[in-house]
Ligand binder design. Sequence first.
Ligand SMILES: CC(=O)SCCNC(=O)CCNC(=O)[C@H](O)C(C)(C)COP(=O)(O)OP(=O)(O)OC[C@H]1O[C@@H](n2cnc3c(N)ncnc32)[C@H](O)[C@@H]1OP(=O)(O)O
Ligand SMILES: O=C([O-])CC(=O)C(=O)O
Length: 450
Amino acid sequence: MAQQSSGMEFLCREYLKNNYIDPETSERLGVKRGLRNPDGTGVLAGLTNICDVVGYEKGPAGEVIPTPGRLIYRGVDLNELVREAYEHDRFIFEEVSWLLLFGSLPKKSELEKFQQIIAEHHNLPEHFIEDVLLRSPSPNIMNKMARSVLSLYSYDERPEDLSLENLMEQSINLIAGLPTIMVNAYQLKRRVYDKQSMFFHPPTPGQSTAEHILSTYRADQKFTHEEAKLLDLCLLVHADHGGGNNSAFTCRVLSSSGTDTYSAIAAAIGSLKGPKHGGANLKVMEQLEYLKAGVEDYRDEDEVREFLRRIIRKQAGDGSGLIYGMGHAIYTISDPRAVVLRQKAEKLAVEKGFEEEFRLLCLVEKLGPQVFAEEKGNKTVCANVDLYSGLIYKMLGISQDLYTPLFAISRIPGWCAHRIEEVVFANRIIRPAYKYLGVRQKYKTLEERG
Ligand SMILES: CC(=O)SCCNC(=O)CCNC(=O)[C@H](O)C(C)(C)COP(=O)(O)OP(=O)(O)OC[C@H]1O[C@@H](n2cnc3c(N)ncnc32)[C@H](O)[C@@H]1OP(=O)(O)O
Ligand SMILES: O=C([O-])CC(=O)C(=O)O
């Protein structure tokens, strides 16, 4: 593509001349900007049985009272699932995929059957790797995954069939197949863009999703049980976050129009890629580099605090004014996923010699809310799931190319569950209103325009 040309400058000037919207106008007209109520809580847009995200209570006068965060998958608290995975030393992502999709906890025999089905579906359709992956590499794996999901349409004999049976089959194919697509897309990116060797290891029968990812990602296919368990935990904590998060809502908006599964899931991947959503895990690690370069003494809280202040003032970092890994639309005091990941990151950081980076992230978590309160008012902010996940992946030796794609892999069961719920039960096209602000203008002929 050509660099931005003077032609583009001229077109942009024309755009800006005619398209200003004063941010005050939203408030004046009572627009629910970002689909938020005036107190910052989300506008009620639907009903779901899948997942509950709790970050505050409403007081007697309707005021927001911050509470420690809780994440509940189909009635089961995330912390119980984490405990189960560790106390019984089990891989749990497949069980949680079942829980999110069907709403029940599988019996032992059901779980074993389901794990087997998922493992069998790690293989992609015949010729898919050659025809779709190898022919069009992308420097960005989220982009490649979205395109691959769209391409799966052509390998499905019933892509438009909206029956429950078919939606389930497509969901299982995506949950099992996308990890393979992700790793292969990454290997190709390495070869084409990084000029390194690529490895197309075939799936090993019987592996959990976490084991499958590590064994196809690594050149020697070796990994420890602890490493696979940690990756499985990451998959677990990212698996769903209610119907209102940007990517699930995107999936629900598309699904409400009656479109096919591949279009809806590809759009959700596109949404998750954004730096205010799942893309924040990559941004956090970039921010860590800015911090390391901009702060002389990592232990000096005043220095770190000052740097965070400069980030919010758009004088440091990527210039967006955002402290990545901090803040959340629902959580106020804590995001339970960040709490779990911080504990795991700490243990691994000590083992692998990443304590300095871990401590810096902890300082962001500690000082971010103070700086935020001073600079932005008294809203309670906390660390979110993206603050520690990137460091965990880095300590597992996983390339930053895969930080956000791993979030997408984890979230597929959630997106599929929301799509099915939208298609089967909601059954009304999502269609909010926009107030037209433009002025009437009379059509003029080319001659009249001068
Ligand atoms: C998986 C996930 O999606 S978790 C979230 C991952 N995203 C990030 O970590 C990016 C950084 N965080 C953010 O951008 C935000 O906190 C979000 C997008 C997560 C939530 O945003 P919102 O709910 O709209 O925040 P909220 O409405 O309370 O924002 C109020 C103000 O605080 C600002 N703000 C919110 N979070 C941050 C932050 N981390 N750093 C700086 N400013 C922030 C907003 O930009 C807004 O400023 P403005 O009034 O000047 O426009
Ligand atoms: O709920 C949100 O807005 C974002 C989030 O944390 C997620 O999707 O995991």
